[in-house]
Design a protein around this ligand. Structure first.
Ligand SMILES: Nc1ncnc2c1ncn2[C@@H]1O[C@H](COP(=O)(O)OP(=O)(O)OP(=O)(O)O)[C@@H](O)[C@H]1O
Ligand SMILES: [Mg+2]
Length: 439
């Protein structure tokens, strides 16, 4: 009994030590203490969890079972052991879980008749059973499924990463797996950036302004919200359209530029501007559109022709822009077919998809298309408390949960002013076209 205070003091000291270790060096604490405990508990609970999540299969097994036998003359019941067929629940074979930066991953052997989709469908149930933030299922090869567990949401706080130096490449945030979230216009030329109001669309556009401003590219803005979003960045923009009339003229210029660049490539025997010698290669242009719907919404019938022109021109830019160095980044709350057939066709040309928090399931479906249904579920589960969190899909067909860095309007304005002298004049870019917006 006399040792009790000593024991309590030792326990308290150990607990305080563990707490301090976890707080000051979470990575080593996780590897040495957290991960082994979690790995053992995942292995130990796998049978129960697989049963609960419907991932087991009934299999016939031959087993020695005990059956009641005859009653002997002494009155004692003699039991017999018999070789019998019985149905048992079989769980998928699980390898040892391995630690990752934000949790653990484990490989499973699928049972007959199972597909990776069965595991993706059970992902939410698995996450709740193991008490982790999220489980993602992927299949590296037939017959194997890898479950990736993240213990806590790594996107609650994301730190700024160093800017890449490649042309038309901007690191705008971080992916859930800790890797940088990079928008590379040369790999994925056109992007749709959807989300409800206050979900982080403009913040992402700000991150692009900051990342692209120091690069030798021309930036062009379409802002039919009266120019309130992009006007502060006008020092670095080569052209900005804030009204429908300006939109039509600026899009005409872009289509004209494309046709001009087509001729240049033809003469130079090149398939795209990147095959031209650097000396004659035209400047790449990144077109930022805020609130895409505004380009398509009709206040009255008189606007019908202008909208039709806008829709056709934007679609042509999307179809041919890639080869001729014109890239699109379109933001909008809704990017649906209700805006007209032009939007559906434009959407098909935009292989880059970003879906922030949405209010309705259709917007997520419209943005992410028929990607993995788990991506849609994930998009709809983005909470309002974490603006900037989005589901991102690129060319590879994979989808990721990601969060943009917080980039204020002031930071973007500052970058636009600092690199104002790098903005090529629109007159210069379009000098050999018949008419231009600034003419
Ligand atoms: N990545 C982020 N990290 C932290 N906060 C963010 C992030 N992105 C956005 N926010 C916060 O959310 C607010 C709304 O973001 P933003 O203006 O980008 O939304 P939006 O989708 O453009 O909204 P709207 O449709 O109304 O223009 C910002 O003012 C900022 O405070
Ligand atoms: Mg906005």
């Amino acid at each position: 009994m006399r040792d009790a205070p000593v024991l309590l003091t030792v326990l308290a000291a150990v607990a305080a030590g563990l707490w301090a270790w976890r707080r000051w060096h979470h990575q080593s604490f996780w590897l040495v203490v957290g991960y082994p405990i979690i790995a053992l508990s995942v292995l130990a609970s796998w049978r129960r969890v697989a049963l609960g999540c419907g991932l087991t299969k009934k299999r016939q097994r031959f087993w020695f079972t005990t059956v009641p036998g005859m009653v002997a003359s002494t009155g004692v019941v003699r039991v017999k052991r018999r070789f019998q067929r019985i149905a048992v629940d079989t769980k998928p074979f699980m390898w040892l879980p391995l630690p990752t930066r934000h949790g653990w991953r484990v490989t499973l052997h699928t049972l007959e008749g199972q597909t990776p989709g069965d595991y993706a469908d059970a992902a939410e149930r698995l996450a709740h059973s193991w008490g982790v933030h999220a489980i993602r299922a992927s299949s590296p090869r037939p017959g194997r499924v890898v479950l990736m567990a993240t213990m806590r949401d790594p996107l609650v706080k994301v730190d700024q990463l160093p800017a890449p130096t490649d042309l038309l490449k901007v690191t705008v945030g971080r992916l859930e797996n800790g890797k940088p979230w990079t928008i590379d216009f040369r790999t994925v030329p056109h992007w749709l950036n959807a989300g409800a109001t206050q979900s982080g669309k403009s913040n992402l556009a700000n991150a692009l302004i900051v990342g692209l401003s120091p690069q030798p590219v021309a930036l062009v803005g379409f802002d039919l919200k009266g120019g309130v979003e992009f006007t502060p960045y006008s020092p670095r923009l080569s052209a900005l359209a804030t009204s429908r009339a300006e939109t039509v003229t600026l899009l005409d210029d872009l289509v004209g530029l494309m046709v001009d660049r087509m001729g240049l490539c033809r003469q130079g025997g090149a398939r795209n501007i990147w095959q031209l010698p650097p000396g004659i290669r035209p400047t790449p242009i990144v077109v930022l559109v805020d609130e895409l719907a505004e380009l398509y919404l009709m206040a009255d019938k008189s606007e019908k022709d202008e909208i039709a022109k806008t829709s056709t021109a934007l679609l042509r830019v999307a179809q041919l822009g890639r080869a001729f160095g014109i890239y699109l980044f379109c933001c909008g709350q809704r990017i649906g077919s209700d805006l007209g057939p032009g939007v559906t066709a434009l959407r098909a040309q935009c292989s880059g998809r970003i879906c922030h928090r949405v209010n309705d399931p259709e917007t997520a479906t419209m943005t992410l298309g028929d990607l993995d249904p788990a991506a849609l579920v994930s998009a709809r589960a983005i909470p309002a408390e974490t603006p900037g969190v989005a589901i991102v899909a690129g060319q590879d067909g994979q989808w990721y949960r990601a969060r943009s860095f917080y980039v204020t309007e002031q930071t973007a304005e500052h970058a636009a002013r600092t690199y104002a002298d790098l903005a090529p004049a629109w007159d210069e870019i379009t000098s050999h076209l018949p008419e231009s917006i600034n003419a």
